[in-house]
Design a protein around this ligand. Structure first.
Ligand code: HEC
Ligand code: HEC
Ligand code: HEC
Length: 435
């Protein structure tokens, strides 16, 4: 028996470490050759190909709204699709590309084929693999006609000369090797066959196509693994959005964000108006409605609603746990903060005040598995989206400077317990982290 002493063990560790470093270095050096695809840039001049017809451009404009391409590709206060915005991810920032037809900094040299490949396979025109911060794993579901219409729309925009900044991904996440490895492990082109459908109805299939593809609902409403990957375009079980502190609740659970127990009309209203009889959207979902779903044609909103309605129900067991009543001191502080700062708008009894604030009593936003959204709402406040039906939405002021962590924790714990089916509260340090 040769039992290794501590010295021997360290030697093994050192050898393994050196071997791993050498392997990684070799992989990093070889990766570009391993994961490069054909360069399609030479294929077109800026003005070759038939001029797209006005109808294709108009269709593309509508699809662009549904995909919310502008949400990332249009700089704040800048020219449409000129790029430059940096998208925060747990691995660092990723700069969105310039999609205007400028030949040097935009997609002026891109053929339709290059554009289609970008969204279906996640490759830039030069063959480089794209970081999935662009939700191409979802857009890969799109059919060729929709992709051509989006291309026609992009080509119709005024060219803007604007180079984008470099990505700010932390090493090694931005290396070609890491992106190639990620794609091998986790990227698969989305198909409608993977959609949970209870019938072959055309409207349902349209709804699934919009949810899994352009709507990219799973980009937020899913749990991501250590490498930022989810289980695909129809993974809708809910998950945390680490960059914003919000929880995108499960679309499979009617106690979270599920629409299974709502009518199709009410769900379509939430998507188009931002509010319905049961709920109002806030935070990142308010942006989704403002920038994207409010533009849905009625038939498309209903198709999405019909698809959401028939999703299989899967309750999150964490959401059904009842918490014990808060300690008397915590409860008193929570009640006091509520009466002073919240009751004017949400009602002394939590039943809401018309024209001021929505009811909190029985509001499922208070009974989510975590208190993250309520804390974010109290700290940062917010507005519902401005839509055709609700042009001037009500707003809630931010309390970040008015209330300390302890007071926020107390009031959130109190209203979660009182109005949110005795859901678990939040600790002071968790509030501090969400600030
Ligand atoms: C959540 C943010 C986000 C959304 C939404 C989004 N993109 Fe992107 N897109 C990005 C980022 C970030 C990149 C840069 C990726 C890279 O360089 O690896 C990118 C890259 C691209 C590229 C490659 C450009 C190039 O120069 O290589 C194309 C094409 C593209 N997006 C098209 C679209 C279209 C069309 C839509 C809407 C249907 C869309 N994107 C929606 C973030 C987004
Ligand atoms: C950018 C991230 C993001 C995307 C994309 C997104 N959601 Fe959401 N969604 C959220 C967050 C966060 C919430 C929780 C806040 C809220 O309830 O409004 C939410 C809430 C919801 C709710 C519950 C609303 C309520 O108040 O009960 C529904 C229904 C919903 N989303 C549907 C969708 C659908 C359908 C899509 C795709 C078309 C989608 N979401 C895309 C982040 C997102
Ligand atoms: C000036 C009126 C006003 C005050 C004061 C106010 N709120 Fe609100 N609150 C609103 C409005 C309006 C909304 C809906 C905004 C939205 O959807 O973005 C809202 C939304 C919320 C939500 C989310 C409900 C949902 O359906 O998603 C919670 C939770 C909440 N408020 C808690 C509080 C707490 C706790 C306080 C006190 C610390 C407070 N509010 C103070 C007006 C107010």
């Amino acid at each position: 028996m040769t039992k290794k002493g501590p010295k021997g063990r360290w030697r093994v560790v050192a050898v393994v470490f050196v071997a791993v470093v050498l392997l990684l270095a070799a992989a990093l050096a070889l990766a570009p050759a391993w994961d490069r695809a054909e360069d399609l840039r030479q294929a077109v001049g800026a003005s070759t190909g038939p001029a797209p017809d006005a109808e294709a451009i108009a269709r593309g404009a509508y699809l662009a709204r549904l995909g919310n391409c502008a949400g990332c590709h249009t700089p704040r206060g800048g020219a449409e699709w000129a790029g430059g915005r940096v998208i925060a991810t747990p691995f660092g920032g990723v700069a969105a590309a310039n999609l205007t037809p400028d030949p040097d900094t935009g997609i002026g040299r891109w053929s339709a084929e290059a554009f289609i490949r970008a969204l279906r396979e996640g490759r830039s025109a030069d063959g480089r693999a794209l970081v999935p911060a662009c939700p191409y794993p979802n857009y890969s579901l799109l059919d060729e006609r929709d992709l051509r219409d989006l291309y026609a729309y992009a080509r119709s925009l005024p060219p803007v000369r604007q180079a984008r900044s470099a990505h700010g991904l932390r090493w090694p996440f931005g290396t070609e090797f890491a992106i190639a490895a990620w794609r091998r492990l986790f990227f698969e082109r989305a198909t409608l066959a993977a959609a949970p459908l209870t019938s072959d109805d055309a409207a349902l299939r349209r709804g699934a196509y919009l949810v899994g593809g352009l709507g990219h609902c799973s980009a937020c409403h899913s749990t991501r693994n250590l490498f930022g990957a989810n289980a695909g375009a129809f993974d809708l079980g809910g998950g945390a959005m680490p960059e914003t502190g919000w929880l995108a609740p499960s679309l499979l659970d009617p106690r979270a964000a599920g629409a299974q127990s709502w009518s199709i009309g009410q769900t379509a209203a939430l998507l188009r108006d931002g509010v319905n009889r049961h709920a109002s959207v806030s935070g990142p979902m308010a942006l989704v409605v403002a920038q994207s779903t409010q533009h849905l044609r009625p038939a498309d909103a209903e198709a999405i609603a019909a698809f959401l309605h028939q999703l299989p129900v899967a309750s999150d067991p964490a959401a059904v746990k009842r918490a014990p009543a808060p300690e008397p001191a915590l409860r008193q502080l929570g009640e006091r903060v509520f009466e002073r700062h919240c009751a004017d708008c949400h009602g002394k009894d939590g039943r809401g005040e018309p024209g001021a604030g929505p009811p909190l009593r029985g509001n499922r936003a208070l009974a989510l598995p975590t208190a993250a959204n309520v804390v974010r709402m109290v700290l940062a406040g917010g507005f519902g989206p401005s839509t055709a039906a609700v042009p001037r939405p009500l707003g809630m002021p931010p309390f970040a400077t008015l209330l300390g962590d302890e007071e926020v924790a107390a009031v959130v714990t109190w209203i979660r317990w009182k109005y949110g089916e005795a859901s678990a509260g939040v600790r002071v340090h968790e509030v501090n982290r969400l600030r």
